[in-house]
Design a binder for this molecule. Structure first.
Ligand code: ATP
Length: 347
C-alpha cells in the first residue's frame, strides 16, 4: 500500500489541517482519555493517563498505522475514536460530524460508516448465530433490504472475503478456524461499505499465510471501496507494509507521525529509533529471532508519567529542558512531525 499517492496532511497541530481541497475523513484533536483506578471500598487511588492530547487527520482511502509498546494507548485511542468509550476531552470529527457529545442513536447511524475489527474474532461473533445471520445483522439494522436481497448480499460478502457461501453460510463461529472467523468479522465490517475500518491487532492472531491473505483482502477492499484504515499492530513489519503514514505512540502521546517510508528509513524521535532498532531479526542459520537492540528501560507508569517529555527517563539525548517542557508535535520534514526537543538528525 505504501506506493499509493495519497493526499495526506501533517497532523498534530491543534488547528484543522487539510490537504489541498480534500477534507479529512477523520479529524482527531487534543483527545484525552483517562481511567480512574480504585482500591478497596471504591476509594480513588490514581488516574491512568492512557491517551493525552492526541491529534491527527486521516484522509479518505488512507491507511494510518499506529505502533507503540504495550500500554502506549493504541486501543484506548481506537475506542475513543469510535466512541465505544467517551473521551475525557477533545474532539473527533468524522465525515464532517462531531462525534463527541453526539446522542447514542445518532452514533449508531455513524457506525455504519466506521467499523472496528478486533484481534479475537470469536470475541466479537455471537457463538449461537450462524454466519449468514452474523453478516446480515448490520444490513437488517441499517438498510431496508428484503430478506432475499440480504441473502444475496451475504453470499456476495462471503465471496469477497474468500469463503464459499455454500460451505460457510450455515456454520456457526465455533465451526470455523481463526482465519475463517476473522474473515466473517471482516465481511460483517464491510457489509455496509464503510468509509473507515479500525483494525485493532486484527491480523495478530493469524498465522503468516492467513495473515497475508487477510492483508491482501484489506488492500483489495481499499481499492474497491476507497476504504480508510486505522491499523493498530505490534508487528512493525506488517504496519510498514500496509501503511501510508505511521503514528508512533509512547505512553499515551504521539511521539512521531509521518509517511511510513520516512519513519522506517529515518525515524526522528529517539523512541521510534529504539522501537525500530528492537525489531527481531531472524538468524537463518539458527532459526532464532534476535533483538539487535533492546528498548531502553521499561515505560514509566501511566499513573504518574514523567514531567515534560514522557520518554526522557529512557532517553540518552535528554537534557534539562526535556523535564520542563512538553515537546510539541512539530513538522521537521515534508508531512513528517516529531514531538522531541532534540530530534535525531537523519543520515
Ligand atoms: N478500562 C481501563 N481501566 C484502567 N486502565 C486502563 C483501562 N483500559 C486501558 N487501561 C490502561 O491504559 C493504558 C493504555 O492501554 P491500551 O490498552 O490502550 O494500550 P495499548 O497500546 O493498546 O496496549 P496493547 O498493545 O497491549 O494492546 C494502559 O496503562 C492500560 O493499563
Amino acid at each position: 500500500m505504501t506506493d499509493r499517492a495519497v493526499a495526506v496532511a501533517p497532523a498534530g497541530a491543534n488547528e484543522a489541517v487539510t490537504s489541498g481541497s480534500q477534507e479529512p475523513l477523520l479529524s482527531v484533536r487534543n483527545l484525552v482519555q483517562e481511567y480512574t483506578t480504585r482500591g478497596p471500598g471504591g476509594v480513588k487511588t490514581g488516574v491512568v493517563h492512557a491517551v493525552s492530547d492526541v491529534s491527527f487527520d486521516l484522509m479518505p482511502g488512507e491507511t494510518l498505522g499506529i505502533v507503540g509498546e504495550t500500554g502506549s494507548g493504541k486501543s484506548t485511542l481506537a475506542r475513543a475514536v469510535i466512541q465505544v468509550e467517551k473521551p475525557v476531552s477533545g474532539t473527533v470529527r468524522f465525515q464532517g460530524h462531531e462525534l463527541v457529545g453526539m446522542p447514542r442513536r445518532a452514533i449508531r447511524k455513524v457506525r455504519a460508516d466506521m467499523q472496528m475489527v478486533y484481534q479475537d474474532p470469536f470475541g466479537s461473533l455471537n457463538p449461537r448465530w450462524r454466519v449468514d445471520d452474523v453478516i446480515a445483522e448490520p444490513l437488517l439494522g441499517h438498510t431496508s433490504m428484503t430478506r432475499q436481497q440480504r441473502t444475496e448480499r451475504v453470499d456476495e460478502l462471503l465471496d469477497i472475503v474468500g469463503l464459499r457461501p455454500g460451505e460457510y453460510r450455515h456454520r456457526r463461529p465455533l465451526e470455523l478456524s481463526g482465519g475463517q472467523a476473522q474473515r466473517v468479522a471482516i465481511a460483517r465490517a464491510v457489509a455496509l461499505e464503510p468509509a473507515l475500518i479500525i483494525c485493532d491487532e486484527a491480523t495478530s492472531s493469524l498465522d503468516l499465510l492467513i495473515r497475508a491473505q487477510v492483508l491482501n483482502l484489506f488492500e483489495k477492499l481499499r481499492a474497491e471501496l476507497n476504504l480508510a484504515y486505522l491499523f493498530i499492530a505490534h508487528d512493525l513489519a506488517t504496519v510498514k507494509c500496509v501503511s501510508d503514514r505511521v503514528a508512533v505512540m509512547h505512553l499515551g502521546q504521539l511521539a512521531e507521525l509521518g509517511p511510513a517510508d520516512s519513519i522506517y528509513a529515518a525515524p526522528r524521535h529517539p523512541y521510534s529509533h529504539a522501537l525500530l532498532d528492537s525489531i527481531p531479526v531472524l538468524d537463518t542459520a539458527t532459526g532464532i529471532a534476535n533483538r539487535p537492540v533492546a528498548l531502553p528501560g521499561d515505560p514509566p507508569s501511566p499513573l504518574n508519567p514523567p514531567s515534560g517529555c514522557r520518554f526522557r527517563t529512557r532517553c540518552q539525548r535528554a537534557r534539562e529542558v526535556c523535564a520542563e517542557e512538553v515537546p510539541v508535535l512539530t513538522e521537521v520534514d515534508d508531512r513528517h512531525s516529531v514531538a522531541c526537543h532534540f530530534p535525531v538528525t537523519p543520515g
